[in-house]
Design a protein around this ligand. Structure first.
Ligand SMILES: C[S@@+](CC[C@H](N)C(=O)[O-])C[C@H]1O[C@@H](n2cnc3c(N)ncnc32)[C@H](O)[C@@H]1O
Length: 276
């Protein structure tokens, strides 16, 4: 009986080889993944699927969408989009050269509608040698060219003057009615003395240090390396959205990192913006 079942399954697999959608060469080797803080393969895919879901629900992504990812890393969230965007296109830019080298060699070759660009932007944690200031960086895309712009755990490593510029640049490259989906650690959800569960219990997520002239509106976790982990008050995000001409579609959606909400959708807090 078992043999018959196995034979049947094998015959089907041989007849339908495309049933195996998984493309192992698009998955970075463990050493590269560890650079992204990931040591468990399952977590790699869990985050990827979380973002494909967030983009469908909050970004309104369709198979024809033109999408920009800010800080695309090693293509973790691009991975599930390669079948969703069957008639659309994806662009990602990133500040670590080795990540873009990996993606151009693997992902772009297999899926030419997915394009990846390197910008040697300075970041105290990810690219301390970078020679481009992000606070006046112009995204390398023309005006009104994307339906959706997203950043998965990138504003969580960014200082406020850069976030302010990135909101303006997002507004510039979004088409009218286009949406932005950004994840943040939002200070309004952070409870300094509360014991957190999960991987977020670490002191690396204790946003207890003010930075610059931002008072209570912005905090960092490590004063020796400001962009290792950053957190914003909702009021500062609202200020930057308004200055960029973007509207908040809804209240930020709390993630499970802060343990402040009984229910959650993803790990980090989600901000959804719209260009009128
Ligand atoms: C936590 S990783 C997330 C990577 C990717 N978004 C993902 O979900 O797998 C943060 C990424 O943001 C990139 N990054 C940091 N500052 C940036 C900036 N100013 N512009 C673009 N990317 C930036 C880092 O190099 C890093 O790859």
């Amino acid at each position: 009986m078992l043999k018959k079942l196995l034979d049947g399954a094998l015959t089907k697999l041989t007849r339908y080889p495309s049933w195996v959608a998984y493309e192992p060469h698009l998955i970075p080797p463990p050493a590269l993944m560890r650079e992204e803080g990931i040591t468990v393969l399952e977590e790699w895919f869990r985050w990827a699927e979380e973002w494909s879901f967030l983009l469908r629900i909050y970004g309104g992504i369709t198979k024809r969408s033109h999408v920009l990812e800010i800080g695309c890393g090693l293509g973790r969230t691009a991975f599930p989009l390669r079948f969703i965007l069957s008639e659309g296109a994806y662009n990602g830019f990133e500040i670590c050269k080795y990540k873009i080298d990996f993606l151009q060699k693997t992902f772009h070759k297999a899926h030419p509608r997915f394009n990846f660009v390197w910008a040697n932007i300075h970041n105290t944690y990810y690219n301390p040698q970078g020679n481009i200031q992000a606070s006046n960086y112009k995204f390398p895309y023309v005006d009104n060219s994307f339906d959706v712009v997203y950043a998965a755990s990138v504003f969580t490593h960014m200082l406020p003057d850069i976030a302010e510029n990135y909101f303006k640049e997002t507004a510039r490259v979004l088409k009218p009615n286009g949406r932005a989906v950004f994840s943040f650690f939002i200070l309004d959800f952070y409870q300094p003395k509360k014991e957190r569960s999960s991987g977020f219990a670490r002191s690396g997520f204790n946003f207890d240090h003010p930075y610059g002239s931002f008072g209570s509106e912005f905090s960092i976790a490590n004063p020796d390396n400001p962009e290792e982990m950053t957190a914003y008050k909702k009021s500062l995000i609202q200020k930057y959205a308004a200055a960029a001409g973007l509207a908040l579609v809804q209240e930020p959606v709390p993630g499970f990192w802060s343990d402040s909400s009984a229910t959650w959708v993803g790990a980090q807090d989600i901000v959804v913006l719209k260009k009128p």
